[in-house]
Design a binder for this molecule. Sequence first.
Ligand code: NI
Length: 158
Amino acid sequence: MSEKEALTRFGVSMPKYLVEQLDGMISKQGYENRSEALRDLVRKALLEPDLLVKSQSVAGTIVMVYDHHATDLPAILTEIQHDYHHEIISTMHIHLNHNQCLEIIVVRGLLDKIQQLHQTIQVQKGVVYAQLSVTHIDQDEDANHHNHHHHDYHHGHE
Ligand code: NI
């Protein structure tokens, strides 16, 4: 076990109702114990884009909903996506109903650039929702490919 993965124990105090809710979540989601659940919650919190370093390599998605009748919006969104073609790996477009489109953009690159892309999309008139979700790309990942603990590190972020 590497130093990075060595476990440290610490005590946590919480109101009883919160512990009960936590235990409810643990049994519902199938965690083995509180430690496992708390580790995932902490990882998830640390992956909030605001807490990540801007110069870090990340991968993730931008999920957005927009009205394709909004003036020039489809053309503008296409233009924006071409400006970021280095960061965009794939795009999925779903026609939700007569007006609304759901688009999922899979991105990879420097967080700074990905956040710029997200902001640019979010402020367009007609975009009703745009959610960025990322995970950082572990630089040691290739060196530790045999280590299955690393796999866990990347699951559980919506
Ligand atoms: Ni559509």
